[in-house]
Write a protein that binds this ligand. Structure first.
Ligand SMILES: CC(C)(COP(=O)(O)OP(=O)(O)OC[C@H]1O[C@@H](n2cnc3c(N)ncnc32)[C@H](O)[C@@H]1OP(=O)(O)O)[C@@H](O)C(=O)NCCC(=O)NCCS
Length: 414
């Protein structure tokens, strides 16, 4: 049977405000965070009949308790999608949501789906990193990896060792920039447009509404960061200020075949160009985005100079700076994380991939002169993931689908 690959578009992405682990969402279930995102996507796109959704792929790193029970399926049922809509779970640690997107996108390109929901959740308050893991003793006994490879902050210290030009001073300066950019993005309403308000409950405080991210520290100064301790190594360089924190949150995105989006009148915020995952030494997992990006560029027939916008997950400042040094990009280049990143916003592991895509989609909308952009992230146990996107608003991109992103007023179909 003759088969043609189909173009895939990122229609829209939403997320819950991110909380500090076990704070804002202490008494909110992880699966309910996902449900909020799915329902918000449906509310924003009433022209999409729920029965047209062919798959729901939701990522979580710790797939137990309220993040277990095949959360893609349970969240779909809980969100009120028809029972005919299937779902599944994904795990690639920090790149869970990114892998959810590339997985459903592959299914769309193959012709198995027309429209899918992809996202991720991590409630690090309810499920601390490493909960219930049982690493095979061979991993350490046979020195398959150094024990430091299992502690992400230690891998970041290892990266500082490998690249001495990346000083603590540079890492702290980058962290300040992230905080300043998030503060500016909030001032301009950039962040708010992708947030779904979440009702929170606290036995002590009663009901509340989460409407903004909890982790940002807009007043952050380099002087304050310089005084912070280095929890992963005495006299190290990684601090709570230049690392992403421990957070709770969820994301979800609508991904569709470009022809189906046109048929249903769904907007196209980004067109998928290529994606790649790569493995590196687990002890320095932070370099993962470098070979992943090189491979994604090769697959796309592009060079890094063709990329006009970069969304690099800020698990640790050192790992972003290693990427920038490799590609000869300045620490404060305005094309990189223009609305800030995980150091300020937080990084609920498996949810963050879609958060990067949301930010890139906004950059594309603001900058029609940008044709290609990148979302990339490092991944525990030594991996990187990269997705290259094309801007449908670019004048040469020839988009056959409407490019405006309609935001429906609250109180619509729910
Ligand atoms: C680094 C880490 C251990 C810090 O955890 P923590 O101690 O709970 O962090 P806190 O938010 O309490 O911050 C610690 C201190 O730094 C201070 N601090 C943090 N950010 C700051 C900032 N931007 N400016 C000034 N002070 C700051 C806090 O006020 C706090 O001070 P205190 O001890 O006097 O109260 C934790 O965030 C972590 O493990 N991050 C990495 C997560 C990870 O590995 N993700 C996966 C990536 S692959």
């Amino acid at each position: 049977m003759a088969r043609e690959s189909r173009e895939v578009v990122f229609v829209d992405g939403v997320r819950t405000p991110f909380g500090k682990a076990g704070s804002l969402y202490a008494e909110t279930r992880a699966d309910d965070l996902v449900v909020n995102c799915i329902r918000e996507l449906m509310r924003r796109h009433p022209q999409l009949p729920a029965e047209r959704i062919d798959e729901v792929a939701i990522a979580a790193t710790t797939q137990i308790g309220d993040q277990g029970l095949t959360i893609g399926r349970t969240a779909a049922l809980l969100a009120g999608l028809p029972r005919s809509v299937p779902g599944y779970s994904i795990d690639r640690m920090c790149a869970g949501a990114m892998t959810a997107v590339t997985s459903v996108a592959s299914g769309i390109a193959f012709g198995a789906y027309d429209v899918a929901i992809a996202g991720g959740v991590e409630h690090m308050g309810r499920h601390p990193m490493g909960e219930a893991v049982d690493p095979n003793p061979r991993i350490v006994a046979e020195k398959l990896v150094d024990p430091s490879a299992l502690v992400m902050g230690s891998t970041a210290e290892n990266l500082h060792d490998r690249f001495p030009a990346i000083t603590r001073d540079r890492a702290d300066a980058f962290a300040v920039l992230s905080q300043q950019r998030v503060a500016a993005a909030y001032r301009h309403g950039v962040i708010q447009e992708s947030l779904v308000t979440v009702a929170t409950r606290s036995a002590e405080l009663g009901w509340g509404l989460a409407t903004a991210d909890e982790p940002p520290r807009p007043g952050t100064t380099k002087e304050a960061l310089a005084s912070l301790k280095t929890p992963f190594r005495p006299h190290g360089r990684v601090t709570p200020g230049n690392a992403a924190g421990l957070n709770d949150g969820a994301t979800a995105a609508l991904v569709a075949a470009e022809d189906t989006a046109a048929e249903l009148g769904l907007p196209a915020a980004m067109r998928l160009v290529s994606f790649a995952f790569a493995g590196v030494d687990p002890e320095v997992m932070g370099v993962g985005p470098i070979p992943a990006t090189e491979r994604a560029l090769r697959l796309a027939g592009l060079s890094v100079d063709d990329l006009g916008a970069f969304e690099i997950n800020e698990a640790f400042a050192v790992q972003v700076l290693a990427f920038l040094d490799h590609f000869g990009i300045d620490d404060s280049d305005g094309r990189v994380n223009p609305y800030g990143g995980a150091i300020a916003l937080g990084h609920p592991l498996a949810s963050s991939g879609v958060r990067l895509m949301i930010h890139l989609a906004r950059t594309f909308r603001e900058h029609p002169e940008v044709r290609y952009g990148l979302t990339t992230m490092c991944i525990g146990l030594g991996m990187g993931g990269s997705v290259i996107w094309e801007n449908p608003h670019h004048r040469d991109a020839g988009s056959p689908v409407p490019s405006a992103l309609p935001v429906q007023p609250k109180g619509g179909a729910q």
